[in-house]
Ligand binder design. Structure first.
Ligand SMILES: O=C(O)c1ccccc1NCC(=O)[C@H](O)[C@H](O)COP(=O)(O)O
Length: 253
């Protein structure tokens, strides 16, 4: 399930190459994680839509950098109704830091996803978080081993897929939280139809997250109707008032 270079956009190739060079942590982490499934259940019980709001200072497909204090942004997202937060820790292309993640996790009480390009087990030991993203296409090790290594440390692994083969691999690896990314990392275009095509193949007992390209309440409705238990939203929340944007997208229409 490793990335073959010529199928990737040059920006993504550079991201994966940089990730492979990045060291891991010195000491194995042990996380006392806040339950993401419980947070999703509580949000639904409260009559709201589970949104993972992403602290995403910049990205290869975004103009400029948002350099507000990430902790302030995170607090505003939680006040706006975020069920969980996603925090970029990738430093070279997304403006993320592990320090931001640490500070945000200390400042809020919702589950926090580490959003990075983890390719090897020791990179799990860089920083604690409640959820950790494992992108099926990019891991250098056996996906099952990495899922297991994440769980042994207390993380809840969110396994990201974009194709049917990746979904089959994620389910075979025992993933119980799966993200279907609408962004094609080969061309960097976004198509919400990706989620709609793959979601019916995901068993009901898997917690299913729709990732990328969700901008409007119509998009939210579309992803929910296609089976999304939760939505991961970056750009549309980071563009303007993050509290209001989170509130709008997490409120049923
Ligand atoms: O967002 C990018 O530009 C990007 C480019 C190359 C690889 C990955 C990228 N994004 C990672 C993500 O998964 C998104 O940050 C996340 O799903 C939120 O997407 P969006 O709501 O569309 O910002």
């Amino acid at each position: 399930m490793n990335a073959s270079g010529d199928e990737l956009a040059p920006e993504v190739r550079a991201i994966v190459d940089a990730a492979r060079e990045r060291p891991g942590g010195d000491t194995r982490v042990s996380v006392d994680a806040r339950s993401f499934p419980d947070a999703v259940e509580q949000t639904v019980a409260d009559g709201r839509i589970p949104v993972i709001a992403e602290v995403k200072p910049t990205s290869p497909t975004t103009e400029g950098v948002r350099d507000d204090d990430p902790v302030e942004l995170a607090r505003e997202m939680v006040t706006g109704g975020a069920t969980a937060l996603s925090v970029l820790t990738e430093p070279d292309h997304f403006g993320g830091t592990t320090d931001s993640l640490r500070r945000i996790r200390d400042a809020v009480d919702v589950p926090v996803l580490r959003k990075d390009f983890v390719v090897r087990e020791e990179q799990l030991d860089t920083v604690e978080s409640d959820l950790v993203l494992l992108i099926a296409r990019f891991v250098d090790e056996d996906l099952s081993d990495l899922v297991e290594a994440a769980r042994e440390r207390g993380f809840q692994p969110l396994v990201e897929v974009h194709t049917r083969d990746e979904l089959v691999a994620a389910l075979a690896a025992g993933a119980d939280i799966v993200g279907i990314n609408n962004r094609d990392l080969g061309r960097l275009d976004v198509d919400l139809g990706t989620f709609e095509a793959l979601a019916p193949e995901v068993p009901d007992d898997v917690l299913l997250v729709a990732e990328s390209g969700v901008k409007t309440t119509d998009d939210v409705r579309r992803m929910r109707e296609a089976g999304a238990d939760a939505l991961l939203v970056g750009t549309a929340i980071m563009d303007g008032d993050v509290r209001q944007n989170t509130h709008t997208l997490s409120t049923p229409t």
